[in-house]
Design a protein. Structure first.
Length: 251
């Protein structure tokens, strides 16, 4: 499945994407009203456990842990408390581990002291891989096919592939777009017709200027979600590999 998502400027994120700028203390929220997105990512050198908590749903108020509540992750015999991380419109909790190999299992516990309950998610990393093609700075005409190849494929897993483009418009501005290919079979190869992508169809593009495209390939496995979290909560472990500055000519 393919979808198009336009990027927006940081100052407009809260308004356009529906993100909340409000924060609520966890002591003021019933456990079953806490929506969670708990995920593990690895770029091939270590792994990060990240927990996002929101009120009722993905676009609800950010939840900040009160002193009585804790988030912790365990890999093998190594247990770490997730530390608060704040960005402009987001609050999450993170821990970094040295492990990143296939089938590494992570247990993430949310301890709610007031309710005397512990919510537990488990996640398992898929195998590491490398992007074999294309190469950084490789050039393609928009009339060509972009062939993406990766190593160590496993048809039992799935991948998401995202292209992020930066193209010049006729008025000199830069247009940013994303196109995603979701739930791709992990068979080592994906072929994309560049001229079929909406990001290269805008009549306002300056065809005398090349576009640059960044590539993200993400192999993932879904984790379990504790039933005490709010409906729609997520859990996912992924190996991510990135490639920057692919050139696409528009003429």
């Amino acid at each position: 499945m393919r979808k198009l998502t336009c990027l927006v400027l940081p100052f407009a994120l809260a308004t356009i994407s529906g993100c909340s700028t409000e924060t609520t203390e966890s002591d003021n929220v019933k456990t079953q009203a806490i929506w969670s997105n708990i995920y593990v990512t690895s770029g091939g050198e270590d792994s990060r456990v990240i927990a996002e908590l929101n009120l009722s749903g993905e676009f609800g108020n950010n939840i900040s842990l009160s002193s009585s509540d804790t988030l912790e992750a365990t890999v093998a015999n190594d247990t770490k408390t997730l530390e608060k991380h704040t960005e402009v419109f987001d609050v999450d909790y993170r821990a970094v581990f040295e492990q990143f190999n296939e089938n590494t299992e992570y247990t993430v516990k949310f301890v709610r002291s007031e309710d005397n309950i512990t919510l537990t998610n488990t996640l398992t990393l898929p195998a590491p891989f490398e992007i074999l093609a294309p190469q950084t700075n490789q050039s393609f005409s928009k009339e060509e096919q972009l062939v993406i190849e990766w190593s160590n494929f496993n048809s039992g897993d799935k991948l998401d592939v995202k292209l992020s483009s930066a193209c010049k418009l006729k008025d000199g501005a830069t247009q940013f777009n994303n196109e995603s290919f979701d739930n791709i079979t992990d068979d080592g190869k994906l072929t994309i017709d560049l001229d079929a992508l909406d990001m290269f169809k805008d009549e306002n593009l300056n065809t005398r200027q090349d576009c640059t495209v960044d590539l993200l390939v993400e192999r993932f496995r879904l984790g379990n979600v504790d039933s005490n979290y709010a409906t729609g909560s997520k859990s996912r472990a992924s190996q991510q590999r990135r490639l920057k500055d692919i050139i696409v000519t528009l003429r």
